[in-house]
Design a protein around this ligand. Structure first.
Ligand code: BT5
Length: 279
């Protein structure tokens, strides 16, 4: 096996070698540093970039998560990627796209380690620590969805000291888990392959076709959880048992009084023993 250098810069040619896609990554723009790949992808989308246009950067000054949180983006270690997508769907089903790409990302990680889990809606975990996150931003108007920018951050070669202290105790990387340096162009190419395949399936067959595959990665089903739901601009706290996904990608939660809630968007915490138990 050839040794893979952790610090070798990404190149477009190295990533393209691994691509088996028709659209995703076929226009690929690579940067040394950006504020956020989502911001740059959005600018390209506004300027008319085709579906599948991909932005990757070596580091982010203002990598972001949901609800104004930040995404730690140390240089030359990991993958920070955003896509321009133009799905034909109603804005109401867009939360499904985070799940579709989460499944694709889990399938890519599976090529390196079998232990990966998905924590609804947008986290990939290994042994209860966060390996990757997805941030899906969109622009829609009366005419429907104009474009969607999903951003995917995956910790590939980071070591604990790369993360700020508050993230260090929560995060992991593929290298920390497997003990091997990950070939970043290979991971990027395979991630794009899985993303295009699952995205096309979603557009063709709908989310219900992917739900069983997604469920095999879920670490919440059957657990006591508390959800801070974020629907229609207001936050609501719901406690109950996670019952798995509905066919539309909403999370089914059964409350103590027997009522079943379907959560479209929100943050989940696990009641017994927190995320470290999610293996
Ligand atoms: C997310 O938000 O998990 C979405 C992260 C998306 C990042 C990608 S990178 C490429 C693209 N460009 C961007 O600017 N963003 C996307 P959320 O569920 O809100 O989780 C954020 C929380 O994860 C933070 O508050 C930290 O606790 C934790 N965190 C931050 N950086 C992390 C890291 N590198 N690894 C693991 N956990 C991290």
């Amino acid at each position: 096996m050839t040794a893979v250098s952790m610090h070798a810069p990404l190149t477009v040619a190295d990533i393209e070698k691994h691509l088996a896609t028709r659209r995703f990554g076929r226009r690929l723009e690579l940067f040394e540093e950006l504020d956020s790949t989502n911001t740059t992808a959005r600018e390209l989308a506004v300027a008319g970039a085709d579906e599948g246009t991909t932005i990757i950067t070596e580091s982010q000054r203002r990598g972001r998560g949901r609800l104004g949180r930040s995404w730690a983006s140390p240089a030359h270690r990991n993958l920070y990627l955003s896509l321009v997508l133009r799905p034909s769907c109603s804005p109401a089903v867009l939360p499904q796209l985070t799940l579709v790409l989460g499944l694709a990302a889990a399938e890519a990680v599976r090529e390196w380690t079998a232990d990966v889990k998905i924590k609804w809606p947008n986290d990939l975990l290994i042994a209860g620590r966060k390996l990757a996150g997805i941030l899906t931003e969109s622009v829609a108007d009366d005419a429907g969805v104009q474009f969607v920018i999903p951003g995917i951050g995956v910790n590939l070669n980071s070591e604990p000291d790369d993360f700020p202290p508050d993230v260090r105790s929560l995060a992991t990387s593929l290298r920390m888990v497997t003990g091997h340096v990950v070939d970043r162009p290979g991971f990027a190419g395979r991630l794009l392959n899985h993303c295009e395949a699952r995205y096309d399936e979603w557009q063709r067959d709908g989310f219900h076709a992917l739900a069983p595959a997604w469920e095999t990665y879920s670490c919440l089903t059957g657990r006591a959880i508390v959800v801070q739901s974020q629907e229609r601009g207001h936050r609501e706290r719901i406690a109950g048992t996670a019952m798995g996904l509905a066919d539309d990608g909403t999370l089914r939660v059964r409350a103590a009084n027997g009522a079943e809630h379907h959560i479209v968007a929100g943050d989940v915490s696990v009641v017994d023993g927190y995320d470290r138990s999610l293996t």
